[in-house]
Design a protein. Structure first.
Lengths: 196, 196
DNA sequence: TCCATCTTGGACTGCCTAGTCCAAGATAGT
DNA sequence: ACTATCTTGGACTAGGCAGTCCAAGATGGA
C-alpha cells in the first residue's frame, strides 16, 4: 500500500478546491474529495485532520490563485478609474466560460457560511474590507470628490458580490451587468459627459 | 389526537418561514419545523407532502409580505430617483435590527440553491429581472440618458444582492453601503452637482 | 536482511437526515 | 349512539454524513 506519501498537500488542495468550488462546503462529502483526489479517507485525514481544514486550505489557495491577481491591479499605487473598469470588463468575459456558473469560491463560501459558522466571519469581513479598500484606492486617484469616491467604492464592492451571486443562476445577465458597470465607471473618468 | 385540523396552512407557513430565514433550506430539519410549529411530522407531511413544498410556500409568503411592499414603490408609474434612494435608506435602518443578520430569505435561497437545484433558478431569474425592471422604471423617469439609466439599474440590482449578502456577516458595513447608495442615487436627481 | 516508521484502503461507529406508516383517537353527520 | 373520515404522535426505514481505527503493506536506514 504505502511507505512514503504519494501526493503533496498542494496537489490535494488544488483538487479539493475544484470540488468545493463546484459543490459548496456542505454539498461536498469526504467521498467526493476521495474521488477527486484519488486518495482514501485515511490519507485525507492524516494530511488535514478535518474537512474544514481542507476547505480553509482550498479557500486560501483560491484567494492566491484567483482573487489576488484580479484585485492587485486595483491596489497598485497608480491604479485609477480604468483599472476599476477593467476589473468588471474581465469578469464579463470570464462569465462566458462554461463553468462560470460555479461563481466565486470565496463569495460562495461567504454566502453559505455567513451567520451559520462564526469562525468564517472574519474571512468574509476581511475580504469585503479588502475589496472596498482596493476600489477606494483606484477611485481615490481620480478627479472626483473624496466622499463620492468613498460612496462609489462601497457601491462597487456590493456590486461585485452581487454579480458573483448572479452568475450562478444567470451568467448572461451577470455579464451584461459587468459591462454596464464598466461603462458607468468609465464615465467617472471625465467630469460628467453631459456637461458640455 | 385529532379529528379536525388544529392549524391553518398560513400559520404553518409563517412559522416555517422564520425557521428557513434563520437557518437556510438545508440547515433546516423537519424536527426544527416540528419545534417551530408545534406540529408533528404527520401533520406537516399531510399538509405539504415534502420539505421543499413547505419551503416554496414560505418563500412565496416572504415575497408577498416582505419583498412586494419594498419593491412596489419602485414599480409605481410615478416612481423616480427619490424612490430608489428611499429603497436603500430603508434597508440602512432595517439593518440596525438585531435579527437583520438573517439577511433576505429570498436572496439567501438564491445564493444557496443557485446551481445546486435547477428548479429554483426560474425563481432567482424572475426576482432578478423584477428588481432590474423596478429600478429601470424608477430611473427611466429621471433626467438622465436612457442608456445610463439602464446601466445604473443593473448596478443597483447587483448592489441590492450584494448588500443583502453583506448584512449577514457585517450588518454595520451593509448599512453604511446603503447610506452611500442612497446619497449616490440622490446625486443623480440633478444633472451632476459638479456642473456649475 | 531486518526492523521501526509511516501511509494506505476500507470497514466501522454514531449521528443526523427526509420521508413512510400505522394504530390511537377526535370529530361530524346521521 | 354509531360509524366513516380525517388528524395526530411517534416509531420506523433507508440512506448519507464526518470522523475513527486497524491490519496490511511499502519504505528507508542500519
Amino acid at each position: 500500500m504505502s511507505g512514503k506519501r504519494s501526493f503533496t498537500d498542494a496537489e490535494l488542495v488544488v483538487a479539493a478546491k475544484q470540488v468545493f468550488w463546484d459543490r459548496g462546503y456542505e454539498g461536498t462529502a469526504i467521498d467526493d474529495l476521495q474521488a477527486a483526489t484519488g486518495l482514501s479517507r485515511s490519507s485525507l485525514y492524516l494530511a488535514f485532520g478535518t474537512k474544514r481544514a481542507v476547505f480553509d486550505a482550498a479557500v486560501a489557495e483560491y484567494v492566491s490563485s484567483f482573487v489576488d491577481p484580479r484585485i492587485s491591479p486595483l491596489e497598485a499605487p497608480g491604479a485609477g478609474v480604468r483599472e476599476a473598469a477593467a476589473f468588471f470588463r474581465e469578469f464579463a468575459s470570464y462569465y462566458r466560460r462554461a463553468d462560470a456558473d460555479r461563481g466565486c469560491l470565496l463569495i460562495n463560501a461567504m454566502a453559505e457560511l455567513a451567520g451559520r459558522d462564526p469562525s468564517f466571519s472574519p474571512v468574509s469581513v476581511a475580504y469585503h474590507d479588502r475589496l472596498r479598500g482596493a476600489f477606494a484606492n483606484a477611485l481615490g486617484n481620480a478627479a472626483m470628490d473624496s466622499k463620492q469616491a468613498g460612496r462609489r467604492s462601497a457601491m462597487l464592492t456590493a456590486s461585485t458580490l452581487g454579480v458573483w451571486i448572479t452568475v450562478r443562476f444567470d451568467p448572461a445577465a451577470a455579464a451584461t451587468t459587468c459591462r454596464a458597470l464598466e461603462r458607468e465607471i468609465l464615465s467617472w473618468e471625465t467630469p460628467a459627459p453631459h456637461c458640455s
